[in-house]
Design a protein around this ligand. Structure first.
Ligand code: TRP
Length: 356
């Protein structure tokens, strides 16, 4: 039995916020700390270029994400933590997979489709603002996943379709060239979607996020701004679908969460709840916050961690890509050895299937 491989990418397209922590970072770090399989967690900086168009921003978000994950306890001894762009084999596999990926499959990918729909609604050209990179986004993701034979891919619900596309692309490859890849499976965590300042899902695109590593004072300011109902202290409150409670759940221990449900029923006041929430978050994040700033002040420490992993990952990638190159016919010239007619291979065999 081969060890199970878990792989996931993190796109550096914004400063990490509390929603990222509860929904992704916390479960991913916990998962890497238990179990014994292989873990590949990478910063998908090539994907970031699709949407993030300033060099400084891409660079800054990459460093911030690396510092965040390391500060929150990602153990580089257990997890290969690397930058996608440092593994050129991924970009090469992206091209090879692009030559088997049916265009019709990609036409149905959500990101592309919703942009086309928007354009159609506006009456502009259907491909306005569509780059080839946006269209091929799922192919690059398939390369990320298939190159390392990932079994499980932890993702948010918005990325499930991409993992399915990776499976479909692998199947197309297998039909043409024979079996080569393990088929990945999306694993969706049970973390609920985390509400932001306005009660909608916390998301950079809604501008309702709370940064993970702001100062305790700034944190207090953000939490105070969260909208609550007009129920007065003493009136029973419903912890279900309460933004404050969802955030609390992300940071408190199980027994504290249970106790808090009872306090809601007993009518805890919003002001008191907000203070408790700030304290609870701060208790968990104060240590990581100072580690985070430490990393940002010593970026060479981040670089060293990433580079070390990248050397290892490149060795794996190189080895895998050789087999794939072999499978598709990108091989050292051996024709003259077998046929004795360099430049004139038998048209009925070597050319078969090339042009029809
Ligand atoms: N597209 C993913 C996101 O934005 C990030 C990502 C890139 C990824 N490559 C991946 C996730 C491969 C899982 C596997 O969330």
């Amino acid at each position: 039995m081969q060890r199970k491989t878990t792989l996931t990418g993190i796109t550096p397209s914004g400063t990490p916020h509390l929603g990222n922590y509860i929904g992704m970072i916390k479960p991913a770090v916990a998962m890497s700390a238990e179990g014994s399989g292989n873990h590949f967690y990478f910063i998908s900086d090539l994907h970031a270029l699709v949407k993030c168009h300033g060099a400084e921003r891409v660079e800054r978000f990459t460093v911030e994400i690396a510092a965040t994950w390391l500060a929150l306890g990602l153990d580089p001894e257990r997890v290969l933590f690397y930058r996608q762009s440092r593994i050129p084999e991924i970009a090469e596999l992206h091209w090879i997979l692009g030559c088997v990926a049916p265009k019709g499959l990609l036409n149905r990918a959500h990101a592309y489709k919703s942009l086309r729909d928007r354009n159609t609604r506006r009456g502009t050209d259907a491909d306005t603002d569509v780059s080839l990179g946006l269209f091929a986004y799922p192919v690059l993701m398939a390369a990320d996943i298939l190159l390392f034979d990932a079994d499980e891919v932890p993702v948010g619900t918005d990325q499930i379709q991409h993992v399915e596309i990776a499976r479909d692309i692998a199947a197309s490859f297998h039909a043409r060239y024979g079996a080569q890849f393990r088929l990945p499976r999306a694993v969706v965590g049970d973390a609920p979607s985390i509400p932001g300042l306005d009660g909608r899902k916390m998301s950079k695109s809604y501008g309702n996020t709370i940064p993970l590593f702001c100062t305790a004072d700034a944190l207090r300011g953000f939490i105070r701004r969260i909208k609550t109902s007009s129920l007065a202290p003493g009136e029973p409150k419903d912890w279900r679908q309460c933004t404050l409670f969802e955030l609390y759940r992300g940071f408190a221990e199980a027994h504290e969460i249970a106790a808090m449900m009872r306090r809601y029923e007993a009518g805890i006041g919003w002001g008191e709840m907000k203070d408790l929430l700030v304290d609870t978050i701060d208790r968990r994040l104060a240590g990581p916050r100072s580690l985070y700033h430490d990393y940002l002040e010593h970026p060479q420490r981040i670089e060293a961690v990433l580079e070390q992993a990248e050397q290892r990952v490149r060795r794996i990638a190189h080895h895998r890509l050789q087999a794939i190159r072999q499978a598709v016919g990108l091989r050292p010239s051996a024709l003259h050895a077998t046929h004795g007619h360099p430049g004139h291979p038998d048209p009925t065999s070597a050319h078969a299937g090339c042009f029809e």
